[in-house]
Ligand binder design. Structure first.
Ligand SMILES: [Zn+2]
Length: 397
């Protein structure tokens, strides 16, 4: 505890069924006269989009819609969004959707103001030049209000945007303190139409964020505390949210847990995300689904380093067997109950690219110094092979 630490906590949050009602007032208070509403094309025919549109229209807020956003938003999507932002002379942004809409909106906000922003605030540059939030140049980015329609990414409480560089199949993490939305609206009414499979995959993403943050060796006890309670909320609510999408208590619990995860992962992520990022970019599989499948294999690779802490967590969760094995068993049972496949081969991946995957995972931001223990490219390749084949090393069947 003798070292110096840098911590920072986020933004204003309106939470609960009907929290959407606060949107028009927040727009006014933030001086948003002409926002660009960023969403993904699948959202256009759905209830949350209709609710939001009618709310803005009733409040006489002029806006236009940009929905040319892929499920893994690309730098090209952002460029198109910047063109729309400038053409419409917009002064602000509203993001409605999952991580893709929010990350695209953040990318648009940055690139509209700073033409080289996506390069100079890419994570490796940030690590080299901006060690704390106070070191970043002030850009005066347009205000952003985020309304998540999934409970998983936590992007609404993050200062990062994950964008795909399509030509190289690489995911880039862009970071700037002003990417943090000015206001976050967590309204479970916006998530009630999310199908069970997506509820499960996004919820497992949130769970993975909490677990990887909790296991990160960085010293940040506030985030560790948030992670522990976030995991408890997910244990309480994820299955109910999947089995009954209209259960507003469960939906709200998952929205809160998901947002909390972004606070927790200020401590960093780990090997699950280090592997899921390149796999998502190369194979175009859902990020949360990849995490859900990979999670037990990475837990096992980290077992020696994390077993004491996981035992403490398991006791807080009141698991029947309060140790590493009991926690792993809970994760495996939860995955099964949610209908998550056990291996990557079940979603069509084979181990042919294991060497590439290992190298890419090692180069990923999440493996830098925040995975629980040091893993090299060969370790990542082996974890990937295990996950393809469904081999849980050292675990009794
Ligand atoms: Zn994630």
């Amino acid at each position: 505890m003798s070292a110096l630490h840098y911590w920072n906590y986020p933004t204003e949050i309106f939470c609960g069924p009907g929290a959407l009602e606060s949107l028009a007032q927040r727009c006014t208070l933030l001086g948003m006269r002409n926002p660009l509403l960023v969403t993904d094309p699948g959202m256009l025919g759905l209830e949350p989009f209709a609710l939001l549109k009618s709310h803005l229209t009733q409040a006489d807020i002029v806006f236009s819609v940009f929905s040319d956003v892929a499920s893994n938003p690309s730098m090209a999507d952002v460029a198109h969004g910047v063109a729309a932002f400038k053409a419409g002379r917009h002064d602000s942004l509203i993001a409605l959707g999952g991580g893709s809409a929010m990350d695209a909106a953040k990318g648009i906000s940055l690139a509209a103001v700073d033409a080289r922003g996506l390069e100079r605030f890419e994570w490796s540059q940030v690590m080299a030049h901006y060690p704390t939030l106070a070191d970043f140049p002030r850009l005066g980015l347009p205000p952003l209000i985020a309304l998540p329609t999934t409970a998983g990414t936590g992007s609404e409480l993050g200062r990062e945007a994950v964008l795909t560089q399509t030509e190289q199949n690489i995911k880039r993490v862009i970071s700037h303190p002003e990417l943090l939305p000015a206001t976050v609206i967590l309204d479970p009414l916006l998530t009630r139409g999310l199908p069970p499979a997506l509820t499960a995959a996004t919820g497992m993403d949130a769970l993975t964020h909490h677990i990887e943050a909790f296991c990160s060796p960085l010293y940040h006890p506030m985030s560790s505390g948030v992670a522990v309670e976030g995991i408890r909320l997910i244990r309480q609510h994820l299955v109910d949210a999947c089995e009954d999408g209209q259960n507003m208590g469960a939906r709200e619990g998952m929205l809160i847990a998901s947002a909390m995860a972004a606070v927790a992962f200020q401590k960093g992520l780990g090997g699950v995300h280090a592997l899921a990022h390149p796999l998502g970019a190369r194979y175009h599989k859902h990020h949360g689904l990849l995490n859900a499948i990979l999670l037990p294999y990475v837990l096992i690779a980290n077992r020696e380093t994390i077993s004491v802490d996981i035992g403490r967590l398991a006791r807080y969760l009141e698991l029947e067997q309060p140790d590493f094995e009991g926690f792993l068993a809970w994760v495996l049972v939860l995955r099964k109950r949610l209908g998550i496949p056990h291996s990557l081969s079940e979603i069509g991946l084979d181990a042919g690219a294991a060497d590439w995957v290992g190298e890419q995972a090692l180069a990923d931001i999440s493996s830098s110094d925040t995975n629980a223990c040091a893993l090299d490219a060969a370790d990542y390749s082996q974890i990937f092979r295990n996950a393809v084949q469904g081999v849980l090393q050292g675990v009794q069947a």
